[in-house]
Design a protein around this ligand. Sequence first.
Ligand code: ATP
Ligand code: MG
Length: 590
Amino acid sequence: MRWEPISKPTELRAWSNMPDYEQVRRAFDWTAARSQLSGLPGGRGLNIAYEAVDRHALGGRADVAALRCVDKQDRVTEISYGELRDRTNRFANVLRDLGVGKGERVYTLLGRVPELYVAALGTLKAGCVLAPLFSAFGPQPVYDRLQIGEGAALLTTPRLYRNKIRQLRADLPQLRHVLLVGDGAAEPGTIGFANALAQAGTEFEIPPTSPEDWALLHFTSGTTGRPKGAVHVHGAVVAHHTTAAYALDLRPDDVFWCTADPGWVTGTSYGIIAPLTHGATVVSDEGEFDARRWYRVLAEQRVTVWYTAPTALRMLMRHGPELASRYDLSALRYVASVGEPLNPEVVVWGQEVLGLPVHDNWWQTETGAIMISNYPAEEVRPGSMGRPVPGVEVGLLERGEDGRARVAHGKVHELTGADVEGELALRPGWPSMFRGYLHDEARYAASFADGWYLTGDIAARDSDGYYWFVGRADDVIKSAGHLVGPFEVESVLMEHPAVAEAGVIGKPDPVAGELVKAFVSLRPGHAPNDELRTELLAFGRRRLGAVAPKELDFDADLPHTRSGKVMRRLLKSRELGLPEGDLSTLEKAR
Ligand code: ATP
Ligand code: MG
């Protein structure tokens, strides 16, 4: 293996939430994990918002800061656990008074403003299902998602309402209430959020909530096609809480920043719920990615634990170590990443520039919480996603012709031992497992075989049980008899000093079946020209041999999903002149 593991100091073990991985894993069970939470008073069930807010507000931590929201002008709004309890109670009362009932969907289409957090948690208190949308979606994706989930209420701003909802509202008969946040001309048929909140009472008794009651409706990133609406239940909070302790090392005194927007599952599971269940302080930033701004937020907010994504880290890396050195990042003690393969280069950059390795972890909208992770006190293997979360069983299944797990007469073949590669599969049974794709039962049923949930990702396992991402089943390239994972090729290209980011696809080829084609964006100071192209192809050949890219194009704006993933399917359809497919989650060029 080329990249040396990064070992951890032994003091960390004594101090860690998980002093010994194997031991915790053997002893772990989800019932005991649930007992870390309090449940609703009087044994009335388990409600996410109670665990996130009321438990701390009523448990002597009412004055601790729950939220610190930084706005675009760098002003900070701080909300304590006590205030958050009041406001979420008020919002739950607003919903009740409007007659929005248990299980009905409440959508948010808002930037990362304090009202978003109040609405999200108030919705959960009221027993309604929260469906957060990313505020930069255009009118059509908003409409489609509102329709799929039959949204009964929507919170948005006057501007977003005028631009994205008003003209479509007549076609959304189920949408009974629209609440507007912030200033702006009153719009007919809408309710002012601030006013409604001010008039509502601060006392609210959370109705009995079963752990199986629906809580969240989350749309996937749409990397492979049309986004799916995954349903999660209140019981998921047990997994949010547990994984935040083990994989993110969270404690009550942490200042935690998750850079994902709550419109994506990461921004809700870990941007709202998990850190609050630990009683930590959550930082949110309304601004968009900007290297200087992000370093500033880390420094000024004294962030201790940071959860972000590979593209953002790659961009920070592109700006060089000197920029990082201008900020005081001394409060930072833990950095984790999710959403896309994390190139080993980036893990090592973290160690060198931030003084901390980046801990990669893996999960999906469907899994609701982290499933595989490099743990705080355990050695980090650059390029590996890590090992399974305690309480989660992971398997690799033999693949068939179509690249997915081979199912014969209802049976799959699990690959045992080390150094095997197959479709990554999970044994259902952890609490944040999705309970369905809304209105798409066939697709849900097709995600399971022989007692496994099939993830659609391909991974390998080493002799110590660390998992290594190879690619999505639909991205893996078959070239001249070799199976090529795009991630490996991209990571090697990124080791060249000129390359900032790479996206690799398979291009049909009459001889090889597919040939490997790379698209790369460059670091500042490097010009795209034929000489550099030749050099990069030669660099790839030296390092990768037969699976090296045969073609390479420069692309200053590699297409990304709004949740930060390189959209390889779009690179491919553009290359082949095919229809571009569903682009509702495409990030505009930055
Ligand atoms: P869609 O399902 O709509 O195509 P998506 O799969 O990108 O979109 P998400 O649920 O947001 O939607 O993303 C989960 C996927 O992201 C995983 O299945 C995997 O492909 C990728 N992913 C997440 N974390 C990692 C990681 N640490 N390393 C590699 N890939 C990751
Ligand atoms: Mg997916």
